[in-house]
Ligand binder design. Structure first.
Ligand code: HEC
Length: 197
């Protein structure tokens, strides 16, 4: 009986020692992936806090790349539509039509909203279903009633382009093109659309 007790105590000690070794890994925050020239946004006086993720700081090169992507019809399946087709700059990046028309004349479900002051927003779309601009900007590319494309096709088109690989390098450090970087660049550009009285 005594031996059994000692065994149990020993077992407990081993268990406690083993458990104490299982410290959770320290959580690393995403390191910034941009390498360009910082281009901080100065918010108008009295505006709320800005929503800029730590791993996607604004840079001159990132915003420039995002601007190109926003106006590029290569993002749509049949090369006829860019983000700016529905979000027209002279209409505060919005659409006069009550519902937007996507590739092949497909009719959308809702009106394209005006894009401005997105940097102060925490949720996107009329129903708030996207939680970040990085995530939001990939939706229209694959939405069947908008650009009706796949990210694989977009990425291979951009890789084959004469200008994009070096623009991705300037913004993110190397020529790799992936959906994360596409989303980040478009988000940086959109955050610069600030309207104040
Ligand atoms: C075919 C028209 C169309 C195209 C192309 C399009 N959008 Fe939109 N966009 C819309 C519509 C419609 C909504 C509202 C959809 C909803 O709420 O479900 C919207 C909503 C948005 C929003 C949400 C704004 C807010 O205040 O919540 C953002 C940001 C946006 N679009 C950016 C983009 C970007 C970036 C692209 C290109 C990659 C793009 N859009 C391409 C029609 C379009």
């Amino acid at each position: 009986m005594k031996h059994l007790k000692i065994h149990i105590v020993l077992l407990l000690c081993v268990a406690i020692f083993t458990l104490s070794q299982c410290k959770p890994e320290p959580k690393e925050s995403n390191p910034p992936t941009s390498v360009g020239t910082p281009a901080p946004i100065t918010p108008p006086v009295g505006f709320p806090a800005m929503n800029i993720p730590a791993d996607n700081p604004q840079t001159v090169e990132g915003v420039e790349l995002g601007r190109h992507l926003f106006y590029d019809k290569k993002l749509s399946a049949d090369l006829t539509i860019s983000c700016a087709t529905c979000h027209e700059q002279f209409r505060a990046f919005s659409d006069v039509d009550q519902v937007s028309t996507g590739v092949n004349g497909k009719i959308g479900r809702r009106q394209a909203m005006a894009l401005f002051n997105l940097v102060f927003q925490e949720e996107f779309f009329w129903d708030g279903r996207a939680q970040s601009l990085e995530e939001q900007s990939l939706h229209p590319i694959v939405d069947p009633v908008e650009m009706d494309n796949t990210l694989t096709v977009v990425i291979s088109r951009l890789e084959a382009d004469s200008a994009y690989p070096s623009m991705f390098k300037a913004a993110f450090g190397d020529t790799k093109i992936n959906e994360e970087r596409i989303g980040k660049a478009i988000a940086q550009f959109e955050r610069t659309m600030i309207s104040a009285k």
